[in-house]
Design a protein around this ligand. Sequence first.
Ligand SMILES: *Cc1c(COP(=O)(O)O)cnc(C)c1O
Length: 380
Amino acid sequence: MRRYFPNATMADWNDWRWQLRNRIKNLGDLERILALSEDERTAVRNHKGSLPIGITPYYASLLSPDDPLEPLRRTHIPTGDEYLRSPGEADDPLGEDHDSAVPGLVHRYPDRVLFLATGTCSTYCRYCTRSRMVGDPGGDYSFPKSQWDKAIAYIEAHTEIRDVLLSGGDPLTLADDTLDYLLGRLRAIPHVEFLRIGTKVPVVLPMRVTRGFTRMLRKHHPLWISIHFTHPDELTPEVTEAVTRLADAGIPLGSQTVLLKGINDEVDTLKSLYHGLLMRRVRPYYLYQCDPITGSAHFRTSVEKGLEIMRGLRGHTTGYAVPTFVIDAPGGGGKIPLLPDYVVGRDGGDLLLTNFEGGLYRYPDPDGHIGSDRNIGGLL
Ligand SMILES: *Cc1c(COP(=O)(O)O)cnc(C)c1O
């Protein structure tokens, strides 16, 4: 703030609207605060596609000014790899458009819906799974309020929907009274048992979580929030204050993290993130295998990498610190959980298991068949 916004006051900096107005959006803004590599400069200069560049000054202050490989910087500054399309990649790999009941409402699971309330984010992650529709995409994607009425009418007409997940874009970029109105309309539907919001705002724009805002949210309980965290470097005092306010408002908090190559794909990195989250009353919820979105190959790890990380967590740390590792199935299959295999085989009526330390254990399971393809009793 002192170096690049010398005219700003502390009150400006802590004002979320000031942060949005002063977002870093173009080559000139970026060159002022970062020493760009040739690759980054070319990628920004030749920026194409619908996913804008936009970084709040607050979040930009966390990026390394001179190291293009620093994790948070890699998640937000485009590189040339973003424009490469690899086999298996698609703009809408999860088939969300196909599962859209009405525009902006994805009805994939029988009892719950994903409500895309806005196309705006405060900060744009380069691996965004909805890059086709966020920012200023034009075409078929827009989020006028008139669309909300159709989505709400659909939910009203479908009494099997008991859970509405608001996402986007980021619903926390909406004004207090706008979000208040939407939450109120949804809570008024008798068969909707509870609401949830998916957001990255508490991490990239923590000043958005004002006392007035959490007072408003409290009116709409039961309300849960899932926060998109990537790396322990995001756990600043400002973020701590924001999540503390949300937790103090009685909102159960979960985290969602995308597994990203060279950014957070180490057990120690994720363990440190998850321990920090538990200390802040945020329960790790999902770890996602990176979706095969167009131009994301440089972010994607092998699936084994995710399993190796899960093996490194379970048993080695608090069970609450272990999220569910999922692949959101291309083609609209939904989230499919993956676990390392702890079944070693079978010895007659005993199921043979391995624990987190590699020890061998027996469980009496005379009626079972699991592991019978590996009847290794005789070998023991
Ligand atoms: C992730 C997701 C949900 C919510 O899934 P949970 O496992 O219940 O958290 C609902 N709808 C869609 C389309 C989703 O992608």
